[in-house]
Design a binder for this molecule. Structure first.
Ligand SMILES: [Zn+2]
Length: 318
């Protein structure tokens, strides 16, 4: 069992490694991007150099940080269950990290949504033995050509082995390794394919990319996301979270209720400010010039989404 102190220590270690040039989450400093290269290409190109941190949480649950979206791992006699697949290029390092946790074979993979930093590893994990389960819209987006304007990138259909063989629409409950795993679809939030993964016995909740801890979030309007959907999903998360619950965000350090509450206030506060100014007829540039996120920019604005990007994402939806 991991104490709160252990989590804090690990969190510090993660942030130390997150500053290294080799870190390839979607929290990569923008200066690392090549002149003619977009985020998707850069993330895929540099994935092999990613630094992966393994953090033990509660019971037989661990999390891998640094290989794309956060990867939760449940071990036991039924084999490993992975929540998300990370970048394909990080395959050797993810395989090493998984082996360091336990010798159990890889048997199950759940995708929290369709984005490439959570599904690029689907193909190799399927080859390694994982049956893939996800929301219906994850299969839909992975099966077809899908454009994401916010990344200025059009994704080709994923290879057959990477497509979830099994899907669900609203919720699904799994019984594996002596515990219950409850999967629940969010109304469209970050995308239209987001799900939460609840481990009630370990009081642990993976909330996918509805929560970016310590970084302004990306909101994918191209596949159903919106600021209002993000706020709704965050309220839903807060309604579930207990004082001792471990909250696994899609990106950033493992968190608890206080950090989720701070994030909710950040989303709601920014939405209110931007909506009021837009209603007055102000343009996006004029709103950016008022520095509506000034109080959090130093900490939250250094990742994948700059303050301008985040304000733009909010502006688009109010
Ligand atoms: Zn995402």
């Amino acid at each position: 069992m991991t104490t709160k102190l252990d989590v804090r220590i690990s969190r510090r270690c993660f942030f130390a490694s997150a500053g290294a040039a080799t870190t390839v989450a979607l929290v990569m400093p923008r200066k690392l991007f090549g002149q003619d290269e977009g985020l998707v290409q850069t993330a895929r190109r540099t994935a092999a150099a990613s630094t992966i941190t393994v953090q033990k949480l509660r019971g037989n649950i661990s999390v891998l940080l640094g290989a794309g979206g956060n990867i939760a791992v449940l071990t036991g006699r039924d084999g490993k269950l992975l929540i998300d697949a990370g970048f394909a290029g990080a395959h050797p390092k993810i395989a090493d990290a998984l082996a360091s946790i336990s010798p159990d074979p890889i048997k199950h993979l759940v995708n929290t949504h369709w984005h490439f930093d959570h599904t690029d590893g689907n193909e190799w994990l399927h080859s390694a033995g994982a049956a893939i389960l996800a929301h219906t819209n994850t299969r839909k987006h992975l099966s077809t050509t899908t454009r994401v304007d916010g990344w200025n990138f059009t994704f080709s259909p994923a290879p057959p082995g990477a497509i979830p063989a099994e899907v669900f629409d609203d919720q699904r409950t799994l019984e594996l390794n002596g515990t219950t795993i409850a999967l629940k679809h969010y109304a469209p939030a970050h995308t239209d394919s987001d799900i939460s993964v609840h481990f009630p016995d370990a009081d642990t909740l993976h909330v996918a990319d509805t929560f970016w801890n310590g970084y302004y979030p990306f909101i994918d309007y191209s596949t159903g996301g919106s600021i209002d959907g993000m706020v709704r999903a965050t309220e839903e998360n807060l309604a579930k979270v207990t004082d001792k619950m471990i909250v696994i965000p899609g990106h950033g350090a493992v968190a608890d209720k206080s950090q989720l509450t701070f994030y909710r206030d950040l989303l709601v506060g920014t939405r209110e400010k931007v909506a009021a100014l837009k209603k007055q007829g102000k343009s996006l540039d004029e709103i950016i010039a008022t520095n509506p996120t000034a109080a959090t920019d130093a900490k939250w604005g250094n990742g994948f989404r700059s303050p301008k990007d985040f304000i733009g994402d909010v502006f688009q939806g109010v």
